[in-house]
Structure formats: C-alpha cells, structure tokens
Ligand binder design. Structure first.
Ligand SMILES: [Zn+2]
Length: 330
C-alpha cells in the first residue's frame, strides 16, 4: 500500500491558545512535581520561538479518535465485521479481536506465523494487506508496530513569531501518589497565552470513512472539547482551532475516471489493492468539488469554508455518513 500513492488529503489547521497552554520540553518530564517546566522551543524564521510539536498534536488527535471509536463500538458489531475493532487499546495485552482488551500490537506479535501462512502462494493478498485488514480502524489510520501510519502532522509554528506571548506561572506541586498538595513545594512553569500556530495534517491512501472520523475529531478540537498539553486537569490547554483549507489530490488522477462533485476513497479507484478490504463504493458526493489538472497527470481540488453549507462542511458531513456505515457495520 505504501508502495502506491493513490489519493491524499492535506488539511491546513490553525491553532490558537484560549488561555494558558504548555507543551513541555523533554517528554520524559511527566512528573508533575518537577519544577521549572519550559515550553518546547526551536528556531523558526530566524528567531527562537515556542512551537507545538507535530508528534504531540498527532497523539492528541489519535487518542481522541480512539475515544470516539470506543464509545460507539461493541462486541456485536465487532463479531459482525469479522472481529474488526473500531479501536484497539494499544496498552492492553489481549490478542482476541472480539474482546475489549484487544491490542493490535500484541495480536500481530502472536499471529506472525498465521499471517505468513495466509500470504504464502496467495495471489489475492500480501503481508501488508493482511496486516492492514486485520488492524483496528484507528490503527489503519495512525499505524501500529506492524503497520506504518497513513497520517502525518507537521510541527505547528507561529504565523508571526513576534506575536507569541509566553508567561511564567507558579503552581503548587501535587503528590503523584496521594494527589495531595506537597507543602511548600511551589514550582515555576512557562505557558503560552497568545499566538497563532499553523500546521498541516497529511493523510494518504485514505478512505472516506477515515476522513469522517478525522473530521469528527477536528470538529471537537474546533468546539474546544479537546485540551492539549500539560495540566489539562488544572484547566490548562484550551485552544481555538480552525480548518482553513482541505486539498484533495490524486497524483495519477488523469488516468482514472475522476469527476467533479465526487471525492474518492482508495477502494473506489482502479488500483491493485487486493486483500486490504477496501470498499469499491467508497466515494462521496460534494457539489463544490471542482478538480484542476496540472501538466503532470495529477488532479486536485481545494476546499475552503467550514460554516454550515460551505465546501469543507459539506465534505466532512458526507464523509461522516461513511463513518456511520462503518459504525453500523453496513
Ligand atoms: Zn489497533
């Protein structure tokens, strides 16, 4: 699958703090009693600045997608779909797909030989296809130890470095075990309170139902239902987010029957994707989509506008219907 590039979507996202936020330098510093916590920094545009690392943003989006998926999943649905979970729990130990403690990572560790056997001499599938098809829905997007991610998120840098405002705050340290305040233990931490950060979410070889789940997570980010970074339980991490544009692109689109008004998931395009379990009917109708062809065989359409009835809104809600079909095991 990674040897082909069938379709891709690039989502431009703007994030602004709505109150203090902190993404700590040094991921190892998860100890809330540790003093003097600083924001992660880099050089950008010739100046030193704080930024929001893409890996953190991806982790936040993934865990929110997992939360949404687990909320609507149940054993009945999993059995109906041949055991495919909407989201596994990467931290669990289970290898039985219909169970709640199912972890794709553990499953693939246990099923190495079985997968090798299924693939050997079988023209209809490959190792990559078997692993993809047997992975849970969220791992199919974000990857696991056996499967690389189809989603990348770039570091979010300030649109204007000079407009970023950071402040020092102090807080009382909390005992990690008892949850009580440690007497006299004040610590300093740095927060960002103002700034506009820009990032790009890139998803390749997507299905429209995957765009649907991603749209749900982005909507929740926009509705301020997801906090980011450190000390969320103390009210830090509130952000405002806005999707500026979505570009849908098919690098070899001129060879395919691609029509305006449609967005095509990977299964709907005439490519060799045997064994992956893609749906051939994977397209949605979005009237605003008008493709442009470049001189290199690629076709792409850019959508703007997130308000009700506007192009991105229409794309998201059409894809959401496809996600609904997955949830209902249709
Ligand atoms: Zn999984």
């Amino acid at each position: 699958m990674h040897k082909q590039l069938i379709n891709e979507a690039i989502i431009n996202l703007i994030i602004e703090p709505d109150g203090p936020i902190l993404i700590k330098a040094g991921e190892s510093g998860a100890d809330p009693t540790r003093p003097d916590m600083e924001f992660v920094r880099t050089h950008y545009d010739g100046k030193e600045t704080i930024y929001l690392p893409g890996s953190s943003l991806k982790g936040i989006l993934r865990s929110h997608c997992e939360r949404i998926a687990r909320t609507v999943d149940n054993k009945e649905r999993r059995v109906k779909r041949g055991g495919q979970a909407l989201s596994c729990n990467p931290l669990e130990e289970g290898t039985q797909k219909e169970r709640k403690d199912f972890s794709c990572n553990k499953y693939f560790e246990a099923k190495k030989d079985e997968i090798q056997k299924a693939v050997k001499g079988n023209e209809q599938t490959s190792r990559g296809a078997e692993i993809y098809r047997r992975s849970c829905f969220v791992c199919q997007m974000y990857g696991n130890t056996a499967l690389s991610s189809h989603i990348q998120i770039t570091d979010a840098y300030p649109v204007e470095v000079d407009k970023v405002v950071t402040e020092a705050r102090s807080g009382t340290a909390i005992d990690r075990i008892y949850g009580s305040v440690l007497p006299g233990a004040l610590f300093q931490f740095e927060v960002a309170t103002q700034g506009t950060f820009k990032t790009e979410i890139y998803i390749k070889n997507f299905t429209t139902s995957q765009l649907g789940l991603l749209a749900l997570a982005l909507r929740d980010l926009q509705m301020q239902r997801i906090a980011i970074g450190f000390a969320k339980s103390r009210g830090l991490g509130r952000v405002k987010a806005n999707v500026e544009s979505v570009l849908v692109r098919y690098p070899s689109g001129t060879f395919w029957p691609i029509e305006n008004g449609n967005v095509y998931g990977v299964g709907a395009l005439p490519c060799e994707t045997n064994g992956y379990g893609f749906r051939e009917d994977d397209s949605v109708t979005v009237a605003d989509v008008k493709y442009e062809t470049d001189d290199w065989g690629s076709m792409s359409a850019e959508l703007k506008g997130m308000d009700k009835g506007q192009p991105i809104y229409n794309l998201w809600t059409a894809c959401l219907e496809r996600w609904g079909k997955i949830v209902c095991a249709e």
